[in-house]
Design a binder for this molecule. Structure first.
Ligand code: PTJ
Length: 276
């Protein structure tokens, strides 16, 4: 059965097989090509939707402006986000097609370290995709995947898209929700419901980035493994220390700093202070 419910045509050979040969390790964009290849494979198996490739392309453009490195501001946001996850009484990692394809290992590790539940929640929703993604996560060691079982599905009326269907045991009752690679309306709705929302989004101008409580402006392939490390490092810190980190964080300021960094890099390039 077509996981996208027959809406798209799938070539028998993967995109990467047809359009891209072997990735040479010394290629200057080798890592970026590997990530693309992973996503293209994800689309072939039905986990990623075509829109997911377009979304990734938008992300890549911002990553270019960041120099494809985790900035000090992203590191700060990762630290605060990790503190929020450790403080949560009921945290959930919301997983879509791109996230499941790009960083399944980190999703599972983060859930183990923090006790966060893992829930599949899709914008382009179909039961087949949910099942595929859940299986993929289980294959990577996830013991429980929420969001698939119809019995526990509830609707959040504040959300307009298909993302409104959430799991009673997961996003519905969570106090902290991590939403890597998101579209904006759900973040706003989850905030309106009083939840602390952590976003990972390379675009500091996106509605998600601006609506989230804590935004990590970084590539999910770098940010999520970093978050696992930070959670491990801070797991035994006094709760008061963690709380102070979360309470003193200013998301708007952090977003502005990320934008200034991008602009600064562009100015240096434009003025010849940095080689093109
Ligand atoms: O799997 P589904 O059906 O839930 O659909 C997933 C997509 C990503 C297609 C859906 O959520 C969507 O349409 O998202 P948007 O509205 O395009 O937003 C995605 C955001 O993620 C954009 O702001 C991108 O810049 C950003 N982005 C893309 N790739 C990455 C990224 N941010 C961090 N790391 C990336 N690798």
């Amino acid at each position: 059965m077509d996981p996208h419910q027959g809406k798209w045509f799938y070539p028998t050979k993967s995109l990467s097989e047809r359009t891209m040969g072997e990735i040479f390790p010394n290629h200057p964009r080798a890592e970026s090509l590997r990530v693309r290849k992973r996503l293209a494979e994800g689309m072939r198996t039905g986990m990623v939707v075509p829109e997911g490739l377009a979304a990734h392309g938008r992300g890549e453009a911002f990553d270019y402006l960041l120099g494809e490195k985790t900035t000090e501001f992203a590191r700060e946001a990762v630290e605060v986000a990790s503190a929020a996850l450790l403080l949560a009484s009921h945290s959930v990692i919301s997983v879509n097609g791109n996230t499941a394809t790009l960083v399944p290992e980190a999703v599972v590790e983060l859930s183990k370290v923090t006790g966060a539940k893992v829930e599949v929640n899709l914008f382009h929703c179909s039961r087949e995709r949910k099942v595929l993604i859940a299986e993929h996560l289980r294959k990577h060691g996830c013991r429980e995947v929420l969001g698939v079982d119809e019995e526990n599905a509830v609707r959040i009326p504040e959300i307009q898209s298909e993302r409104r269907v959430v799991d009673r045991r997961g996003i519905f009752s969570a106090d902290v929700v991590l939403v890597p690679l998101e579209d904006g309306d759900r973040t706003e709705a989850l905030r309106a419901l009083g939840k602390l929302v952590i976003a990972i989004d390379l675009n500091p101008l996106s509605r998600t980035a601006r609506a989230a409580s804590i935004t990590v402006v970084d590539n999910v392939v770098r940010a999520l493994p970093l978050m696992v490390g930070e959670c491990r490092r801070m797991k035994n810190l006094p709760r008061e220390d963690l709380r102070r980190k979360v309470e003193s964080f200013d998301n708007r300021r952090n977003l502005r700093e990320s934008l200034r960094l991008m602009c600064g890099r562009l100015m240096e390039l434009g003025e010849g202070r940095r080689p093109i």
